[in-house]
Write a protein that binds this ligand. Structure first.
Ligand code: NDP
Length: 336
């Protein structure tokens, strides 16, 4: 397959041009292009340029408002609320970021509850920077009903990711970011495109029977939560915190059937920030490294985030690898 190498800045500029052509504000285009390019750069393929069709379809069908101006409310000393006004969640976070950091420094802990928002990306691009600034960050987003709760027969939960980022004293931050379904929906779509089967235990077909066929999961079937009843409870918590607490929709509550092709769930997002500088006797980052060292002594060689950090170094050195088909598809989207 023919490959091209493109710099991060070139990819951001190309994606920005696409978002602008599909009717977003300049600020939203810049935020989403940066987010999407970072996913592609770090090898997070299920949330890189693969998602551009979902973004553009959601914009083209009028499902999401690319020109939305989020509104921020100061609810309490440690509680910010943002209404994304049916726009993307990331511009709401950008609007609230400075206040959230200030409240966290003052109070030790603060949260941001975003509602009336759309999130189609990975969570880590927004939360890794908090850890680099010395904060502990926790975030969760609900999505669209495609996951059957443990013991149930039909989809209620989304793939509902949760991300955690924490500083270390010298190395990369500790970051994990994972769907609480057996796998992310984007990976099911990629498996279907590539004609690959899913691992056993990933999902069910439209009759509720276990299947490893990605098309059966996508065509009226559903995913299962990871880890049986335990993962199901975590996914339930994410619904409660991303929807009930924020004022957003549950994954089963919105109806996008009038917007065929729309791919951005209209839900909510919760972000909790903790000031790690207030940790007990020893600095948090030093204690974090004690844990990592012990895990290494126990034989662990692969840490969450490690794959992305390695891929980022490679992309920074040699450019981001795209096939020529992918590049010309993006250029076509930008030009119309
Ligand atoms: P993965 O299962 O690929 O990875 C989950 C986490 O585990 C990552 O932090 C990963 O680190 C780490 N990891 C992977 N393999 C290992 C290993 N062998 N040992 C130790 N750690 C490991 O992620 P998912 O498929 O569950 O989710 C992918 C993305 O999808 C996430 O970024 C999530 O935010 C996003 N998502 C977004 C949704 C939305 O509605 N916006 C919905 C659902 C998912 P590393 O990064 O280094 O691989």
């Amino acid at each position: 397959m023919d490959q091209s190498r493109i710099s991060f800045a070139e990819l951001v500029a190309l994606l920005e041009a696409i978002f602008l052509r599909f009717g977003t504000s300049r600020q939203t285009a810049a935020i989403l292009a940066d987010n999407c390019a970072r996913c592609e750069r770090d090898g997070a393929k299920s949330h890189g340029i693969f998602r551009m069709k979902g973004y553009t379809d959601s914009l083209a069908t009028g499902w999401v408002d690319g020109m939305a101006q989020p509104v921020l409310e100061d609810a309490a000393a440690g509680f910010l609320r943002a209404d994304a006004q049916n726009g993307f969640a990331q511009p709401a976070l950008a609007l609230a970021r400075e206040d959230l950091v200030e409240k966290t420094r003052t109070n030790g802990i603060a949260l941001l509850a975003i509602r009336n928002s759309h999130h189609l990306s990975a969570l880590w691009p927004d939360f890794e920077p908090f850890a680099e600034e010395g904060f502990i960050a926790l975030s969760m987003v609900n999505s669209f009903a495609c996951t059957v709760p443990h013991g149930g027969q039909s989809a209620v939960f989304g793939t509902n990711p949760i991300a955690f980022a924490a500083p270390t004293s010298s190395g990369d931050p500790i970051v994990f970011d994972m769907a609480t379904s057996s796998m992310a929906n984007g990976d099911v779509q990629i498996a279907a495109r590539q004609g690959r089967q899913l691992p056993p235990g990933s999902g069910v077909d439209s009759k509720g029977n276990p299947t490893t066929d990605p098309n059966a999961v996508l065509d009226g079937g559903a995913l299962l939560p990871f880890g049986g009843h335990k993962g199901s409870s975590i996914s339930m918590m994410i619904e409660l915190l991303s929807a009930a607490l924020t004022g957003g929709n549950y994954s089963f509550e919105f109806d996008w059937s009038g917007h065929p092709g729309a791919a951005t769930p209209h839900t909510g997002q919760l972000i909790i920030l903790i000031n790690a500088a207030l940790a007990g006797a020893a600095p948090f980052g030093v204690r974090a490294e004690t844990l990592i060292d012990e895990m290494k002594s126990a034989g662990v060689t692969r840490f969450p985030g490690q794959h992305r950090f390695a891929k980022r170094k490679e992309s920074d050195a040699t450019g981001i690898a795209l096939t020529t088909d992918e590049l010309s598809w993006l250029e076509g989207l930008a030009k119309g």
